[in-house]
Design a protein around this ligand. Structure first.
Ligand code: ADP
Ligand code: MG
Ligand code: ZN
Length: 739
């Protein structure tokens, strides 16, 4: 592959990664070879890189069509943080702002330009495109072009004309929607005939799935939320009213949550979404309207408070969890009432075709919720992917097979009851008969006179429903969808009765207390084993840096990078450069602050820098390939500390130094911490607060310990800033060591 060496070095230098994810390299090769491509990958699969990296290799500009204005800014911020010159134009900008961006692009100073599809209809924009050197057209969320998709956007039809106008420019279309119809439509509409289709597995292996009975859901939801406290979570509700109520209930229980639904003023909606993205509020309670506009990579929990109406919707909504590849949970609360409610909605549809379609989709969703079949297998099966693994190890069904019980007799009773009632009823009725219900209908039908009447007394409705579901999953019972769902005994079921076969079933979920917050997959992730306290400290630093630059925290570094830092504890710039996610630009911008924080944590505890071990395990680089992250930063580093130190000696304050050197004050404080950690004698007196405040700060650190800022900061209340505490801590440590 001719493009590989340079693509690989750009992957590290600009994105900070050492390897490609599945299909990324193949797609990039195809694009760099001048061909079209359609990339079908799940959410979080890493689609953006498939056009962002080629953009860095190609001579001209890459135009990215993306449907969401809100997302553009975040994506552009993230690229800029990686030292890539990206811009966007959209309708929130003034004409002169747009002209300015286009002029920059005209001078060849922009590699990646984001625009919404409606812009393509604007004459001046078309002229602009014709005047520049256009190298690649990337169409993100390409399913929006298809009326078959769930997010059809008429403006995407402008792309046909764009393609016709630039037939020689290669195009790459990307989507996480994999249904065949939509795929065909994208190829057709965009004229990707000479292209190739890249289809990756839609399994999200870092996501775990489970279904919980909705009855008494607080007892399950609260432990889940506690297990994920401080992490981002989405709770989906069906209606605005439920959304609002849920928010109130959560707030009452001490969880900070915000609502998001179509009934809110757009300002409020935007603000709530922003608060969530910026980690100011961990929980967002939303109707399905929420989510397409966010790329937040570190959502750890997605709860569905009610049954969704289709599996593709469910897959998409849960797909927002764990984009960064770290373990995350998806929990669905299911109740019979919710199912009836969805059925009621469908009954209200006027078009019979639509109604049938909706019913079909809902029934697949219900199967997912009711049948004790591996959830992953069910989801993937829906998308036509066959999942051959016996035990996925990451869903409630697979995890529950560990404890089984003998259900032979119970199964015999249920199957007999289905037969005795004439195979004309649904599960509810059969269960009533088995439990000896005195309900009018049971008596009217004379079912209280059957031999199976009242045979099961020690089990609840929901337990029995669960067993029925198991029997269906094992193929002993069948469910016919006529006007009402009717159970009948299959051939296999008859054989089971006749041959007196035995049956073991996994422990019933409804009987035992469930275990929320359980970890998705047994610790096979390389970053499971990290220092939690340091991680929290680094999160705080990330947050401070991000806030000072008005960026979402994940743009600074993702959780994956932070966990690696907390595991390997790099204490030099060279080691730090090896952390995944650290490219040249981020090394330069944030390296010193993080190395200082890690050193300040690790040195007093004598925790070693483990990054060199990692580098030995790494695949060796291409010969002749410099380590890009280090090549440039290296020489400058000594000087940057020296400059800070000289300014400090001259009595300049942190903010003066920051301004003079055009650095964030955090970075400057990072320098000071680092210099102090190397036992450089420093002149800090002029940076300190007055004696009274200093004494208060000392008391806080003495009480809460010196390792973390947060406890001390909380101890003091908000009259103190983190920066103040950080500086005082350097001084207090120095004092303590000279005493
Ligand atoms: P998608 O658009 O397919 O949902 P993104 O392009 O937003 O996914 O990527 C999801 C996450 O994966 C991002 O945080 C991105 O930085 C990360 N990522 C992409 N490619 C790689 C890679 N080769 N190695 C590590 N992380 C990657
Ligand atoms: Mg994407
Ligand atoms: Zn499973």
């Amino acid at each position: 592959m001719a493009s590989t060496p340079s693509a690989l070095s750009i992957l590290k230098s600009h994105f900070g990664y050492d390897r490609f994810r599945p299909l990324q390299e193949e797609i990039i090769d195809q694009v760099l070879g001048g061909g079209d491509a359609l990339a079908l990958m799940p959410t979080g699969g890493g689609k953006s890189l498939c056009y962002q990296l080629p953009a860095m290799c190609l001579p001209g500009l890459t135009l990215v069509i993306s449907p969401l204005i809100a997302l553009m800014k975040d994506q552009v911020d993230a690229l800029n943080a990686n030292g890539i010159s990206a811009r966007y134009v959209n309708s929130t900008m003034t004409a002169s702002e747009i002209e300015q961006v286009q002029a920059e692009a005209g001078r060849g100073q922009v590699k990646i330009l984001y625009a919404a599809p409606e812009r393509l209809a604007i004459g001046s924009f078309r002229r602009f495109l014709n005047a520049i050197d256009l190298s690649l057209i990337a169409i993100d969320e390409a399913h929006c072009i298809s009326e078959w998709g769930h997010e059809f956007r008429p403006d995407y039809r402008n792309l046909r004309q764009l393609r016709a106008e630039f037939p020689q420019v290669p195009a790459i279309a990307l989507t996480a929607t994999a249904t065949g119809q939509v795929r065909e439509d994208i190829i057709e509409q965009l004229g990707l005939r000479r292209g190739r289709v890249f289809l990756s597995s839609f399994n999200r292996e870092n996501l775990s799935y489970s279904v919980e009975v909705k009855e008494g859901y607080w007892s399950k939801l609260l432990p889940l939320l506690k297990a994920h406290r401080g992490e981002s979570a989405i709770i989906y509700c069906l209606s605005r009213r439920e959304t609002e109520e849920m928010v109130e209930d959560l707030n009452d229980r001490g969880f900070s949550a915000l609502p998001y639904h179509a009934g809110l003023e757009s300002d409020v909606r935007r603000r709530n979404q922003e608060d969530f993205i910026r980690d100011r509020t961990p929980i967002i309670v939303a109707t399905i309207a929420f989510g397409m506009g966010i790329d937040k990579p570190d959502i750890r929990l997605v709860v569905h408070h009610s049954l969704p109406k289709s599996l593709e919707g469910y897959y998409q909504e849960t797909g927002r969890a764990g984009r960064d590849g770290l373990p995350s949970e998806c929990v669905l609360f299911y109740s019979y009432a919710d199912r009836a409610r969805q059925e009621y909605f469908i009954d209200q549809l006027e078009d019979p075709g639509e109604q049938a379609n909706a019913r079909q989709k809902l029934s697949r969703m219900i199967e997912y919720a009711e049948l004790p079949v591996c959830r992953r297998k069910t989801v993937l099966g829906y998308f036509g992917e066959s999942w051959q693994v016996d035990n996925c190890g990451g869903c409630d069904v697979c995890l529950s097979t560990e404890s089984e019980f003998d259900a032979t007799e119970l199964a015999q009773k249920i199957l007999s009851a289905v037969i005795r009632t004439g195979e004309r009823f649904g599960a509810m009725h059969v269960i009533k008969v088995l439990r000896g219900s005195r309900e009018k209908r049971v008596l009217e039908l004379g079912h209280d006179r059957l031999s199976v009447y009242g045979l099961v007394t020690n089990m609840s409705d929901s337990e029995l429903r669960e067993v029925v579901a198991h029997l269906r999953a094992r193929g002993l019972l069948e469910r016919k969808e006529s006007e009402f769902a009717v159970l009948s005994v299959s051939e296999a079921g008859r054989r089971f009765l006749r041959d007196r076969e035995s049956l073991a079933l996994p422990a019933l979920k409804n009987a035992t207390a469930s275990q929320p917050g359980r970890k998705s997959r047994p610790g096979n992730s390389p970053v499971e084993d990290f220092d939690r306290a340091l991680f929290e400290e680094l999160r705080l630093l990330r947050r401070t840096l991000a806030d000072s630059q008005e960026l979402p925290a994940y743009v600074v570094f993702g959780d994956t990078s932070l966990r690696q830092m907390a595991a390997l504890m790099p204490q030099s710039m060279d080691s730090f450069a090896m952390i995944p996610g650290v490219g040249r630009a981020k090394l330069e911008e944030y390296g010193e602050s993080f190395v200082a924080a890690i050193s300040a944590y690790a040195k007093p505890k004598n925790l070693p820098d483990r990054s060199p071990e990692l580098s030995e395990k790494r695949i060796t680089r291409e010969p002749g390939e410099a380590r890009p992250a280090l090549a440039e930063g290296g020489a400058r580093r000594g000087t940057t500390y020296r400059q800070t130190r000289e300014m400090l000696d001259r009595g300049m304050t942190i903010s003066q130094i920051a301004e003079a050197r055009n650095l964030a004050s955090n970075t400057v404080i990072g320098h000071v911490e680092r210099l102090a950690a190397q036992h450089e004698p420093l002149n800090l007196e002029h940076l300190l607060p007055d004696q009274v405040r200093l004494a208060q700060i000392k008391e806080a650190f003495d009480t809460c310990g010196y390792d973390f800022l947060k406890p001390a900061w909380e101890y003091l209340g908000s009259a103190f800033t983190y920066d103040e505490l950080r500086l005082a801590r350097i001084f207090l440590r120095q004092e303590a060591s000279t005493d």
